[in-house]
Write a protein that binds this ligand. Structure first.
Ligand code: IVH
Length: 671
């Protein structure tokens, strides 16, 4: 049944209202209704269109979700060519541009210009018939582009229907489609997560998103539109100035630049350039310069064109944020926590106005994914305050066999082993205490409250001591003299004395604090306590193998691996011994457990015990203060052997270690 007149009217009214609210939100930045109220109107229109499908027309705000994929893009002829811009790179070129125009136009005095930032996206043309968007096209080669109407409709800041009382019969508006940095980062994160291609920069992301055959995907991309000019206009008289024309566009629903200004002279233009350049890093989007257009449209016509660019406009470019250079070498930097990151050594190049010779490559996975090789020509990007990064290799310029960067087996700082933890992209130096790159952090941790709790030894002080070469490793702390400490900035004699006293006092500690203080990766307080209770002595912990470590509650393969790696480094063992030599001590764990009958004993369980799981048997032994180990050594008190014992029994026999059967085990635990 066709929709009654009243419904038709309501739908048209809703569309008009929604377009107006859209304009207030995206163009004027002064919304007058809440998002909730907007959604309410929106859903009402959706309902009407669903009940009466013949009402649904293409410029309805409900159609921004995209439609069925197309097989290709139709070609579109531009009625008025979409030109490009000449560039200026310095003040002299700007002054020359102004002089040329004044000469040509016979204007002795100053010329006024309209200025805007040059957005780094892609140019499109939007055509409106009687206020409705009927066609959107890319710039293409300037004469013809591609019909991307379905995609353009999904961009919220592109008006689908114009607003106000002064709508032209026909108007073609030009502007830039771009992606804001936040949206770009989010898009790349989700692309990476989905294993899809990540975009090198916001401009590529915008171009790629606008040229998708499936507009439903375009709808999900964070694209933005900003207008900067008029192509054709019929049915209204446009104002005679560029600046005023842009404000007319704003009035009928088109977003224009927040930074648009009318300037009285070329000197003001140069000043504008400096001001925008200063703001560049704090903007939410990439710009690559500023554009100046002669403000007087009559004079624009008189000035005319040269080949592909107007004589009346110029782009004053900023220093490029992306440049090409050669990747000379890949080195590895060791961070405070021991993580190794690949660093690109580059042939020095200016990026964004700053000379750059190093850039981050993030991690090995990233290098592999991007297929970056030593000797490649690479694209380097530096935007804002962020560290310069290698974006991609220029594969076309590759010649001959180039070496792939590889992670060193040993730490470039301390020569300790480098390991990759299973399931993690990061590689780490296991040097811990001995690695100069990790020294400051290691000492800060050792002195921290939950570790040896050295009062007065704060982070700043540690940094100063290390930087002045007073301490190289933790044990050096206990060798500090009063003079050395007193010489440090802001250290009075009294505070120096206090610090030495605190150091002396810290020597009396507990085994668990001491283990925690060593700063072994992923060994927190609770694990340190469990290790102390289980092994009882630092020597036994230092010698414990992978299996024995895993017998400790909460110690899984990763932590066991960390502990083993740590104590495998002879330098770490030396430091532990040096600390003990300096007088660091703790009450023996055995004395704590005097009441427990199996305190100080170590057992190994092998085979199946009737009525007890391995874990249960082990916990019964531990309750009595015993340690349970996975491997037999001369220190083993006894091996408990159930059904089908393994080779551990043979080893026990060889070492002369006592072997207990099921009955012996029961006696042991008092059953
Ligand atoms: S005016 C005849 N204004 O820069 C004038 N272009 O290099 C044509 N662009 O294709 C363009 N921001 O994609 C103009 N405020 C702005 C601009 C701008 C970015 C882009 C546009 C154009 C290219 C020319």
């Amino acid at each position: 049944m066709p929709a009654p007149k009243s419904v038709k009217k309501e739908a048209a009214e809703l569309r008009r209202e929604l377009n107006e609210h859209n304009c207030r939100y995206y163009v004027l930045d002064t919304p007058v209704i809440t998002d909730q109220a907007y959604d309410h109107l929106f859903r009402r229109l959706q309902q009407l269109e669903q009940d009466h499908p013949e009402l649904a027309n293409a410029d309805s705000p409900t159609q921004r979700v995209g439609s069925e994929p197309a097989s290709h893009f139709e070609s579109v002829q531009h009625e008025v060519a979409m030109l490009s811009l000449d560039n200026a790179f310095d003040e002299d070129e700007m002054l020359a541009f102004d002089k040329r125009l004044r000469d040509k136009l016979d204007q002795g005095s100053t010329l006024a210009y309209c200025a805007e930032p040059k957005l780094d996206g892609l140019a499109i043309s939007l055509l409106y018939d009687s206020g409705s968007l009927v066609r959107a096209a890319t710039r293409g080669d300037g004469r013809s582009g591609e019909n991307i109407t379905a995609n353009a409709r999904t961009i919220d800041s592109i008006p689908l229907g114009l607003v106000g009382d002064d709508i032209p019969a026909r108007i073609e508006v030009r502007g830039e489609v771009y992606m804001e940095l936040e949206g770009f980062d989010a898009l790349n994160r989700s692309q990476a997560q989905a294993g899809a291609k990540v975009f090198a920069n916001p401009r590529n992301a915008a171009a790629g998103s606008l040229r998708l055959l499936d507009s439903r995907i375009t709808a999900s991309r964070p694209l933005t539109f900003c207008s900067y000019g008029v192509g054709i206009c019929q049915g209204v008289e446009l104002p005679p100035g560029q600046f005023e024309q842009m404000h007319y566009l704003r009035g009928i629903g088109f977003p224009i630049s927040r930074n648009i200004e009318r300037l009285d002279s070329i000197n003001d233009c140069i000043d504008y350039y400096r001001r925008i350049l200063e703001q560049r890093d704090s903007l939410d989007f990439d710009i690559d310069g500023v554009v100046f257009k002669l403000d007087n449209i009559g004079l624009q016509r008189e000035a005319g064109f040269v080949s592909r660019a107007p004589r009346w406009a110029i782009a004053y470019k900023f220093p490029a944020q992306e440049v090409m250079t050669r990747l000379l070498e890949v080195d590895f930097q060791v961070g405070r926590t021991g993580a190794l990151t690949p660093v690109a050594r580059l042939e020095p190049v200016a990026v964004g106005g700053v000379m750059v010779s190093n850039a981050t490559l993030h991690n090995m996975d990233e290098i592999e994914r991007k297929d970056i090789r030593i000797g490649d020509t690479v694209i380097v990007r530096r935007a804002g305050d962020v560290i310069p990064e290698v974006v991609a290799p220029v594969v076309q310029q590759r010649s001959g066999e180039l070496k792939l960067p590889s992670m060193p087996a040993r730490c470039p700082v301390c020569d300790s082993e480098v390991v990759q933890q299973p399931g993690q992209a990061a590689y780490r130096c296991v040097g811990g205490l001995v690695c100069a790159a990790q020294r400051k952090e290691a000492i800060k941790h050792y002195a921290s409250r939950k570790a040896l709790d050295i009062e007065g030894l704060g982070d700043k002080l540690v940094e100063q001591m290390v930087e002045r070469g007073l301490i190289d490793s933790i044990d050096d702390l206990y060798q500090l003299s009063l003079e050395q400490v007193a010489e440090l900035p802001r250290m009075a004699d009294k505070s120096a004395r206090n610090l030495l006293q605190a150091l002396e006092q810290s020597k009396v500690t507990t085994l668990s604090r001491f283990i925690y203080a060593l700063g072994i990766r992923e060994v927190g307080e609770a694990t340190a306590e469990a290790l102390a209770a289980h092994f009882g002595e630092i020597d036994i912990l230092m010698d414990a193998d992978f299996d024995s470590l895993q017998m400790v509650e909460d110690v899984g393969p990763v932590v066991a691996d960390n502990i083993r790696h740590f104590f495998e480094q002879s330098k770490n063992r030396d430091i532990v011994n040096a600390l003990i030599q300096q007088g660091v001590s703790w009450p023996s764990v055995d004395t704590v457990r005097q009441s427990q009958t199996l305190a100080g004993k170590t057992y190994v369980i092998t085979g199946t015990l009737e009525g007890f799981s391995r874990d249960h048997a082990a916990s019964l032994l531990k309750e009595q203060g015993a340690r349970v180990s996975a491997s037999v050594s001369s220190k083993t008190s006894a091996v408990i052997s159930g059904e089908n014992p393994g080779s551990k029994v043979t080893k026990a026999e060889a070492l002369g270690v006592e072997i207990l059967d099921q009955a012996g085990f029961k006696r042991l635990i008092g059953e």
